[in-house]
Design a protein around this ligand. Sequence first.
Ligand code: DGP
Length: 116
Amino acid sequence: MTDTDTIFGKIARGDIPADIVYEDDEVVAFRDLNPQAPTHVLIIPRKPIPTLNDATEEDAPLIGKLLLAAARLAKEFGFAEDGYRTVVNCNANGGQTVYHLHVHLIGGRPLQWPPG
Ligand code: DGP
C-alpha cells in the first residue's frame, strides 16, 4: 500500500466522490464528512505527504498554498472577518486519522480555545 492509497489520495485522484469546493493542479479542498462547525473543509495537496513531519523544504511553497487556499475559502464562505480556525493534526497524539497531510478549515461559529 502506498501513501496514495489513503481515502484522501483517492479523493484527489477522483476515484471516490467528495463535495469539492476548490481544486487546482496542486491543491484540492472538500467538505469534511464529520463537520465540527457550519463550515468544515479539508484542504490537501495532490502530492501524498503523509504527515507534517514528512514535509521538506521543497514542500514549503505547497504548504503555503494550502494555507492561502484556506484564507481565500474563508473569504468566499463569508466568515474571514469574523474569524475561523486552521488546524493540522499530526500523528496519534495530534488526533490524525488520515495519513495524507491536510489542513482543516473550520468556521461559521465561535470556536472554543483551547480545544479539548
Ligand atoms: P484528522 O483527524 O486530522 O486526520 O482528520 C480527518 C478528517 O477526515 C476527519 O475530520 C473526518 C474526515 N474524513 C474521513 N474520511 C473521510 C471521507 O471519506 N470523506 C470526507 N469528505 N472526509 C473524511
